[in-house]
Design a protein around this ligand. Sequence first.
Ligand SMILES: [Zn+2]
Length: 90
Amino acid sequence: MTPVAAPERTCVGCRRKRAQAELVRFTLEAGRVVPAGAGARGRSAYVCPAVECLETAEKKRAFGRAFRAPVTIDPTVRPAVTRRTSDERR
Ligand SMILES: [Zn+2]
C-alpha cells in the first residue's frame, strides 16, 4: 500500500502546515476576504478551524499578505471558522 500524500497548506495565522482538508479556505472577492465556495478559483488563504488562528491572521494582516492586496475581513469569515470548530468537537 502506498500512502497518498495529502496536499498541505500553511495556516496564515499560526503558520503551521496542515492537511488542506483540515483547513478553512478563504478567497478574495472585490477586496473582501470571504469563505471560499466549492468552485472558488484564484488565490486563496487557509486558516485552521480555530478563532485564535483567525485573530492572529487579522492582527498580523496575514490575509493582506496572502492576497497581496489591501483586504477587508468579511463578517462571514468568523462564523466559517467557528462553525468548523464546533463540528469537529461534536
Ligand atoms: Zn493555524
